[in-house]
Design a protein around this ligand. Structure first.
Ligand code: SF4
Length: 399
């Protein structure tokens, strides 16, 4: 089984009003260089054979103990994903240096999917050419919306024209695999607004669409604006209508839905994100990055300074770890797999977990099928269209 690598780049031009990710405002200073050096160092500490020779860990926990021995047999990597933050604030030279560190520590297959998240107005033709030269072959483009009023509300720091121009620049540079992130459920956003957004997104003709429903997190400026009544509370029913509108439109396009919120041209589903739904191993590096090694999940500290200081001092940046019981893993295999439109194979599931789903959950599956939320056709258990709207009700059975 091949693994994925996730690389977290925690810098943004400014902070969006709804954001609660681990991200810092980008400043032209040594902070980014120092972070990139720490990231490369953390990646290089990954290999057990390197650790064995170079284990001058001065405190904290030895990485060799933290990394599962499963890593030894999972060194082939076929997806690399730069997420953030805004990875497109890195120079091409920095991206190349990080990829070089990954290539030294993992066997990266020649046709690996290498994605870099990019935000409008953060790239130039030169930086894009440099990313391509470094091996990046997929852009995850943070459009969010083409509505300038909503972009202001979200404090995105760019307008719709920036998105259009950057998209043209991406195509001009030679990016042939571009995904749009689009957001629905904004305060005051109407179904008409969303239809216009979608029209424009489809007209630009990217290869992939990822849909997000706005979540309002405590302690963000947007949460405060909604609490104080300066913005309306987002309407969940309208958000559901927006989602259904998208599902209605997809069959009239060249996209296929392959996951609850993800749509792609044939053959261009995100290989990296599919790893999360299939429970394949993904090793994360950088501040707040999460990893799954097949048996446990572990995650790095959330504070950039703390992360950099720990790595520079040869201490582990890992902040916590959950060793998953067989029961928990089996539950995750069911509800993550069911996010995919072709669901899960009941027979494959039994081979992987020893659990006969039809027998163990007979009563629940019957109830969910009667409610029109799931269907079980021969070997495949999957969500119906209605089940995609109420997926949490289905997933609660396996959680
Ligand atoms: S660009 Fe993304 S990570 Fe950066 S502040 Fe905005 S939402 Fe957060």
């Amino acid at each position: 089984m091949t693994a994925g690598v996730y690389l977290h780049i925690p810098f943004c031009k400014s902070r969006c009003s709804y954001c609660d990710f681990a991200t810092d405002v980008y400043r032209e200073s040594g902070a980014v260089e120092r972070y990139v050096a720490a990231l490369c160092r953390e990646i290089r500490q990954f290999l057990p054979q390197n650790d064995a020779d170079d284990a001058n860990l001065t405190g904290g926990v030895d990485l060799r103990d933290q990394r599962s021995s499963a890593a030894v047999s999972l060194l082939t990597v076929d997806t690399i994903y730069f997420g953030g933050g805004t990875p497109s604030l890195l120079s091409a030279i920095q991206v190349e240096a990080i990829l070089q560190a990954v290539r030294e520590q993992f066997e990266v297959v020649s046709d690996a999917e290498i994605t870099l998240e990019m935000n409008p107005a953060t790239v130039t033709p030169e930086s894009l050419a440099g990313y391509l030269d470094a091996g990046v072959n997929r852009a995850s483009f943070g459009v969010q919306t083409f509505n300038d009023r909503d972009l202001k509300l979200l404090a995105r720091g760019h307008d719709a024209n920036d998105a259009r121009n950057t998209f043209k620049m991406l195509r001009g540079a030679g990016f042939s695999n571009i995904s749009f992130d689009l957001i629905i459920g904004l305060p005051g956003q109407t179904l008409d607004d969303w239809q216009r957004n979608l029209d424009e997104a489809l007209k630009l003709d990217p290869e992939h669409l990822s849909l997000y429903i706005l979540e309002i997190h405590e302690a963000t400026p947007l949460a405060e604006q909604v609490r104080s009544g300066r913005r309306p509370v987002p309407d969940e029913e309208i958000a559901a209508e927006m989602y259904e509108h998208l599902l209605d439109r997809i069959p009239t396009t060249s996209f296929e839905q392959y996951e609850i919120s993800n749509f792609a041209k044939p053959g261009l589903a995100s290989r990296h994100n599919t790893k999360y739904w299939r429970l394949d191993p993904v090793f994360g590096f950088g501040v707040s990055a999460h990893s799954f090694d097949g048996m446990s999940r572990y995650w790095n500290v959330r504070d950039t300074q703390e992360y950099v200081s720990a790595v520079e001092a040869d201490k582990t940046p890992i902040a916590g770890r959950d060793i998953l019981t067989d029961e928990k893993l089996a539950g995750e295999r069911a509800f993550l797999g069911m996010r995919l439109t072709d669901g899960i194979s009941v027979n494959d599931y039994e081979r992987a977990t020893g659990i006969d789903l039809k027998a163990k959950y007979a009563g629940e599956l019957e109830r969910l099928a009667d409610a029109g939320l799931i269907e079980l056709a021969s070997d495949r258990l999957k969500l119906t269209r209605r089940g995609m709207l109420f997926s949490n009700e289905v997933f609660a059975v396996f959680a």
